[in-house]
Design a protein around this ligand. Structure first.
Ligand code: PEP
Ligand code: MN
Length: 264
């Protein structure tokens, strides 16, 4: 892979800080919720607001997202706060709608990265885009699937690429919701040294008490950014309530984290 996925260019071009802070709710729930969180995040180190509007739930019967209407709320959040906006896309229809709404960052979820057909469909729909595209690791600890997804996007001439490490499923009872398996992300980085690597402590943790330590470990490993699920009333969130933190907690956390300077 050539050098043009350099974190420096990527952050500069998109006027983002290092380390990159992406924050926002697991799911967009209502217009009021999205705007409330956006305004609270505006006063933190956050550059990009995340919110899922199409939610891939492992089992049916849970909240599956508000759908395309959420794009309008995110657009409004961007207009009112200047934050860039990010959402998950899982098929061509999502991509087309997100591009039309001028979403700045599109991410591929862990349940999509496992499927080469769906990855290819998303990559084809995004072919040649200059939007930022972030690829989460697959749910299972399979480095080749993650590498394969990066290659499919790269082959589709998508250059503003990055990856998100959100941990891996395990049947064992461990303290994390998803086992970090740091060595897999480190190995991915060896294959693509210029690819921005972002940690998602929320889905690794499953529990807000672990979020800080996971971020610190990632920054000590020289990760380029963090994506943290953030909600103004976390316990009332419609999805992933136990792992979300408030914008105020996020603000304190970014002040307390020791950050190594990679950009110099
Ligand atoms: C999410 O970001 O809310 C999400 C569904 O994450 P993952 O794909 O990592 O499970
Ligand atoms: Mn979530």
């Amino acid at each position: 892979m050539k050098n043009d996925t350099s974190i420096k260019n990527w952050l500069k071009e998109f006027h983002l800080d290092h380390p990159l802070v992406i924050a926002g709710p697991c799911s967009a729930e209502t217009e009021e919720q999205v705007l409330k969180i956006a305004h609270e995040l505006k006063n933190t180190d956050t550059s990009v607001m995340r919110a899922g509007i199409w939610k891939p739930r492992t089992r049916p019967g849970n909240f599956e997202g508000v759908g395309a209407i959420g794009l309008e709320w995110l657009k409004k959040a961007k207009e009112e706060t200047g934050l860039k906006i990010a959402t998950e896309v899982a098929n061509k229809t999502h991509v087309d709608l997100a591009l039309k709404a001028d979403v700045d960052v599109l991410w591929v979820g862990a349940r999509s990265t496992v499927s080469p057909f769906i990855v290819q469909e998303i990559a084809d729909a995004l072919k040649g885009t200059d939007k930022v595209v972030l690829i989460k690791n697959p749910v299972n600890p399979d480095l080749a699937l993650w590498l394969g997804a990066v290659e499919r996007f790269y082959n589709a001439d998508i250059r503003n690429l990055g990856v998100i490490h959100r941990g891996f499923s395990t049947y064992e009872k461990i303290k994390y919701r998803n086992n970090p398996e740091w060595q897999i992300a480190v190995e991915l980085q060896k294959n693509f040294p210029d690819l921005p690597l972002i940690v998602d402590p929320s889905h690794i943790a499953g529990n807000r008490d672990l979020v800080f330590d996971i971020c610190q470990t990632a920054l000590d490993l020289n990760y380029d950014g963090i994506m943290v699920e953030t909600h103004h009333t976390p316990n009332k969130a419609w999805s992933d309530a136990a792992q979300q933190i408030t914008p105020e907690m996020l603000d304190q956390m970014t002040k307390d984290l020791r950050i190594r300077n990679k950009s110099g």
